[in-house]
Design a protein around this ligand. Structure first.
Ligand code: ADP
Ligand code: MG
Length: 690
């Protein structure tokens, strides 16, 4: 938990405070002095009497009582200092800027643990070590520049890396992005990204708290905590964007099943973000652009008017918006004709609305008014207006500034001439606006925000499954791949449709099974894990004679213990699976079967428990979704039936968390049914410690 002294201290000591502002201990004092902090600042430095005009103390023991201590001293001195401050000076909040702890050596890790233990024992909070510090509305506790404009409506930003925090602020500031609070958590010895988010959630005040949260995360240590508080904040009206760096698969993984090979810790991150409603970004510019989108009113619909005085950027923006699932609909009719009369000859109102290089502020105002009140086919506007450098554009940006406040529909400004009309843009930003300097970055960010599914207001209703039957199967199962009978029982108990099937041990049993199932049948070996690879699957067997000959051939295949017969079904090949991700829980995956999964890796992930809406959103996010909808005369699949199977898989593994991997590959899908024809379930009782 973060103590209040960390956010709003009455007094601050800087241990290792210095007159040299090129050192962290000097810079942090300079920043504190230039910021809002109104209480006393106590530098501690044995070699100086005065530091930057402040009385210096020669040791921590000489200090008066102090709320917050910022330490910029070698790691080896930290334990003693923290002891003195907690025991004698009532200090509750600590920020350790210094490096040389767990990130460096085992000795450093030991000091880090000692320091945390002392602070915890006194009910205090530690940010760091190895961080740039903290910015809150009450003080500038960082040793870096630039210090962004602090604004209660700005972003709350939590970063797992200090240097990256600086670069992200540097990426945001020229756009006009402001910050409310910044936390650089460094080694996260006591307080990590998850704990800060928890604090922001628990102290959220709808009137005064910032509604935009940005995260830069290098490792998600407590996925469930992150999920809980992100979801809760979003339900309270916040919007969250995050970069999770490092998307390669973690750890070694038994990849004998398809799901094992396809699942990755990155897929789990995707699943977590989807469930939490976090907009996932992959770089600093994207993160700060998405944050800038968040600073505007939410899109009420997907139809955008592109208003421009230059053709090129409008076309590039239109492409970016259309590719991202937004629309730039044609604008026509009497109102469009009427607008045209107010513009110079040669202007176009078709959308993009191009009012030419000679377009004026007055014309812009009129275009915006038409879009706001007369064009019903428009939900929001983007205004692109730069300058070739021949004249000033203060009047244009003033109109934009006013209309952004008076119009019902959101207006996004794209002001590309950051050199030619630098002063005008500075003036525009100083009035509290944000600029999107690049139209394509903006178009992508807006699309990404729009495509992030909303968090469901309540937790999903679990599907009806036979939990007792599932537990009975698991109780007697051995670790490893389950035999066909156990797989059948689990699917039936979970209500997942499967092809009728029978296992035959003799040629006579095979013949009578085929007759009972009805021709044509499919015959498969029981035993080998990848049946087709060993020639162990025969489809479309139409006669008893063929059943007999194939039975005899299949039984010769290595490791084969029997032959499974199924009716031959038609349908679109689909894939569903589950894998268990350490820390995250179970991840349900879905995709189209065959090359879509194996070659194109077109797979979506969701964390359990999975609701119908979330399952549908996974299916709809597949690149091959149009195949499921049905395309070019080909029948698709009932997506609701497919989604139902995904929610049932989620419920199955929640009931049987010992299931480490599960593949339904393929399911055969049609407008009338979705049915599993091949299922593999691997149980791991050893590493599951429920
Ligand atoms: P494996 O994945 O072990 O190779 P499968 O049981 O998935 O074995 O069978 C291989 C392929 O045979 C499937 O991907 C599917 O195309 C086809 N197939 C399997 N069972 C049926 C069935 N009952 N009806 C129609 N096609 C099937
Ligand atoms: Mg298969």
């Amino acid at each position: 938990m973060l103590v209040k002294e960390l956010i709003n201290p009455a007094s601050i000591a800087v241990v290792g405070g210095s007159n040299n502002t090129h050192k962290p201990g000097g810079k942090v004092i300079e920043n504190l002095l230039s910021g809002n902090f109104e209480g006393p600042i106590y530098p501690v430095n044995p070699k100086e009497a005065e530091i930057q005009g402040l009385k210096a103390y020669s040791s921590s023991a000489d200090l008066p009582n102090v709320d917050l201590a910022i330490l910029a001293i070698p790691a080896s001195l930290c334990t003693a200092t923290v002891k003195t401050l907690t025991e004698q000076k009532g200090t509750k909040a600590f920020i350790i800027l210094s490096a040389g702890f767990s990130e460096e050596s085992e000795d450093g890790a030991k000091i880090e643990r000692e320091v945390v233990d002392i602070i915890k024992a006194h009910g205090g909070s530690l940010i760091g070590p190895n961080c740039i510090g903290v910015l809150t509305p009450s003080y500038n506790g960082v040793f870096t520049t630039p210090i962004p404009k602090l604004d209660p409506r700005g972003c709350d930003f939590i970063s797992g890396s200090g240097a990256t925090a600086v670069f992200i602020m540097e990426a945001g500031m020229p756009k006009g992005l402001t910050f409310s609070q910044v936390f650089s958590v460094g080694n996260s010895a006591q307080i990590g990204v998850e704990e800060v988010l928890e604090y922001l959630d628990e102290t959220f005040d709808p009137e005064h708290s910032s509604k935009v949260k940005l995260l830069y995360i290098e490792s998600i240590n407590k996925p469930q905590k992150l999920l809980k508080h992100a979801k809760s904040l979003i339900r309270k009206g916040c919007r969250i964007a995050a970069v999770k760096a490092g998307s390669s698969s973690a750890g070694s993984r038994a990849a004998s099943s398809h799901t094992g090979a396809l699942a990755s810790s990155d897929g789990a991150v995707d699943a977590l973000f989807r469930k939490a409603g976090i907009v996932r970004c992959y770089g600093r510019d994207e993160l700060t652009t998405v944050a800038s989108v968040f600073m505007h009113p939410p899109l009420p619909g997907r139809r955008i008017a592109v208003i421009t005085h230059a053709g090129g950027p409008a076309v590039m923006l239109t492409d970016a918006l259309s590719n991202g699932g937004l629309e730039v609909p044609p604008i026509e009719g009497p109102a469009a004709e009427e607008l045209k009369e107010h513009l110079f000859p040669g202007s176009s109102t078709a959308n993009p609305i191009d009012f030419l290089a000679t377009g004026t502020a007055e014309q812009l105002g009129r275009i915006i008014d038409f879009c706001d009140t007369r064009f019903d086919m428009i939900d929001a506007m983007v205004v692109i207006f730069g300058s070739p450098g021949l004249f000033e554009v203060y009047d244009v940006y003033q109109v934009l500034h006013e209309k952004m406040r008076s119009c019902k529909k959101p207006i996004y400004p794209v002001l590309p001439s950051i050199i030619n009309v630098k002063n005008e843009i500075t003036d525009f930003l100083a009035k509290g606006n944000i600029n999107f300097p690049d139209e394509v970055e903006f178009g992508r960010a807006l699309s990404r925000v729009n495509a992030t599914p909303p968090v469901s207001p309540t937790e999903p209703e679990p599907p009806e499954i036979d939990r007792q039957a599932i537990r009975e199967v698991i109780a007697v199962a051995d670790s490893g791949y389950l035999p066909p009978e156990a797989v059948q029982q689990l699917l039936d108990a979970a209500g997942i449709p499967r092809a009728g099937e029978q296992v035959a041990g003799t040629v006579e049993e095979a013949a009578s099974a085929a007759a009972a199932l009805g021709y044509p049948v499919v015959m498969k070996v029981v035993g080998p894990v990848h049946k087709s690879d060993v020639g162990g699957v025969v489809v479309n067997v139409k006669t008893e004679e063929k059943v007999r000959s194939e039975f005899n051939r299949l039984m010769q295949i290595k490791e084969t213990t029997g032959v499974l017969l199924q009716p031959m079904l038609n349908g679109q090949e689909l894939f569903a699976g589950v894998s268990s991700e350490p820390g995250f829980g179970h991840v349900v995956l879905c995709g189209l079967g065959g090359i879509f999964v194996e070659v194109l890796k077109d797979v979506q992930s969701g964390l359990t428990p999975l609701g119908q809406q979330e399952a549908l959103s996974m299916i709809r996010s597949l690149k091959g979704y149009r195949m499921i909808e049905g395309t070019r005369g080909q029948e698709g699949t009932d997506e609701y039936l497919f989604a139902d199977i995904l929610t049932r898989l989620g419920a199955l593994v929640e009931t049987a968390p010992e299931i480490a991997e599960l593949d339904l590959n393929p399911l055969l899908g049609s407008p009338n049914y979705v049915c599993a024809v091949d299922a593999r379930i691997k149980v791991d009782k050893e590493s599951y410690h429920g």
